[in-house]
Design a protein around this ligand. Structure first.
Ligand code: SF4
Length: 491
């Protein structure tokens, strides 16, 4: 699930009426997708520094389409332009962005390019570092989708009438490699497996949920393919492909002894299965005609914290890694302290909500210690979800004049009050909540995680400019880093 307060780059201040330009979140939830933080381990050859924005780019005519070329880069020097379709690299035809990454690692690249219907060849001489190319993301039809009907699927819990792209149930190993989207491996055919091994698409992010085949089959909604996961993971492990496993925890379904069995059966695959993330199921109020599920209770969360801490100690002794990690929201629900930063072992699955709060709070303290100025300059309202609001308020209280910052814990009426993260707030909920609050100060600061990549709109297609106009106040989207928030507050 998306971040605690911030996620990615923010955008410009928007007083009414200029529209924002920013980059932000994509998927509505962690159903099958979660952006991967680290770089891929593709090889050999070593990965080029393509910045693959979005999903694997492909078109009906083959090749990949260039979205942007960084001025002054090797690609720009060679004459590559936005909208060029790169058909082949060094004579090898491209299927998608992964092929581009794989084949563009050489020092000298002969690119067969189609531009305005005409073919040409460009030669790129690469220096070490960024190639400077960004590719166009694919259309939804180019993405492999799942044949599952998971009992907890967030996409099945979306209301009707939202934008089409939100309903894409991706289960695409390419997106798993490029962006850390979670996949189930149920539909992985031999050709895909061969490609994963040949191009060393590692790590992959795999939704396990349960290792008991019958239980996993039930959790995945009885797919037509076998849902047995351990043989697939063992095969990937033998091929040297690393995996980050995920368990969406559904109380009374795959918790208790089932969870213990799953963790115990994954552990022998370490270090190939590098981590196992346990995240609680997210339930919206739109669960019409779906299997009955309930959310984790605070008592269950507290028990889980104790159980997982014990597992971590044992795995630390035997595997040299804690191996199993709990989502931030479990600690918050249990009202238990978050583990220290070192316990996250480098935050390898932070985009799955494992360690976001710890990293943000530690980053806040470091940024604060480095800054000369820590006085809040003007009255503002800071928007966040209900889950992180108390912790954000505590951070703000450490500032001089912190009382000038009103932390608005916006209830998620759109999806339901069980959804407390900022990343799933809609513009409508933010607008209604802030309008009812009255005095908002000189500006409203909105976490950039709430708006979508590319066009900068909330999930319900409201824009920050709409908010600014309706509330008659400047609206600023704030970048993910604590330093950016401190800048916005204290400068
Ligand atoms: S049905 Fe399951 S695998 Fe498919 S998108 Fe939903 S959660 Fe992911």
């Amino acid at each position: 699930m998306s971040g605690c307060f911030f996620d990615r780059d923010g955008g410009p201040e928007t007083g009414p009426p200029s529209p924002p330009t920013l980059r932000a979140r994509g998927e509505p939830a962690r159903s099958a997708s979660a952006a991967r933080p680290g770089g891929p381990e593709m090889g050999p050859p070593s990965p080029p520094t393509l910045r693959a924005r979005g999903e694997p780019a492909r078109s009906a005519s083959g090749g990949v389409v260039v979205a942007a070329v960084r001025p002054g880069s090797d690609a720009a020097t060679a004459g590559l332009c936005p909208n060029d379709r790169v058909l082949a690299v060094n004579g090898t035809a491209l299927r998608d962005a992964i092929d581009f990454q794989f084949h563009a690692a050489d020092e000298v690249l002969r690119l067969d390019v189609e531009r305005e219907g005409r073919r040409r060849r460009l030669t790129v001489v690469r220096a070490p570092g960024e190639l400077g190319v960004e590719l166009v993301p694919p259309r939804p039809g180019d993405i492999a989708t799942c044949a599952n009907k998971c009992v907890f699927c967030f996409i099945h819990q979306l209301p009707k009438g939202m934008r089409r792209s939100l309903y894409v149930k991706d289960d695409d190993y390419r997106l798993s490699f490029l962006h850390g989207n979670y996949i189930t491996l149920t539909d992985l055919d031999e050709a895909a497996f061969e490609r994963i091994v040949t191009q060393r698409l590692s790590p992959l992010y795999v939704s396990v949920h349960a290792t008991d085949p019958a239980l996993r089959h039930r959790l995945l909604g009885q797919p037509r393919h076998s849902a047995e996961i351990l043989p697939r993971l063992e095969r990937l492990a033998k091929a040297g492909i690393r995996v980050h496993a995920q368990i969406v925890l559904c109380p009374a379904l795959n918790d208790g002894p089932h969870l213990a069995r799953t963790v115990a059966e994954l552990a022998p695959l370490h270090p190939h299965v590098a981590t196992t993330a346990i995240v609680p199921v997210g339930l919206t109020r739109h669960r019409a005609r779906l299997p009955a599920l309930r959310a984790l209770t605070p008592d269950e969360a507290a028990a889980l914290v104790i159980t997982v801490s014990a597992w971590q100690r044992a795995f630390q002794a035997t595997l040299g890694s804690r191996f199993v990690f709990l989502a931030d929201e479990v600690y918050l629900l249990a009202d238990r302290p978050l583990p220290p930063s070192a316990a996250y072992e480098g935050f390898p699955v932070i985009e799955d909500g494992i360690g976001l709060v710890r990293r943000f709070e530690d980053g806040w303290r470091r940024s604060l210690a480095r800054r000369g100025v820590r006085r809040v300059r003007r009255d503002v309202t800071l928007v966040t979800g209900e889950m992180f609001a108390p912790r954000l308020a505590a951070l703000v209280a450490t500032l001089d004049d912190g009382a000038r910052v009103r932390v608005a814990a916006v209830p998620n009426d759109f999806f339901g009050r069980g959804i407390g993260v900022a990343g799933l707030l809609t513009g409508g909920d933010v607008q209604r909540h802030l309008a009812a609050r009255g005095d908002l100060g000189a500006a409203v600061l909105v976490p950039a995680v709430t708006v979508r990549d590319g066009d900068g709109v909330f999930l319900d297609d409201v824009t920050p400019a709409d908010l600014a106009r309706d509330l008659d106040v400047a609206v600023k989207l704030v970048a993910p880093a604590p330093a950016a928030l401190l800048d916005a507050l204290c400068r």
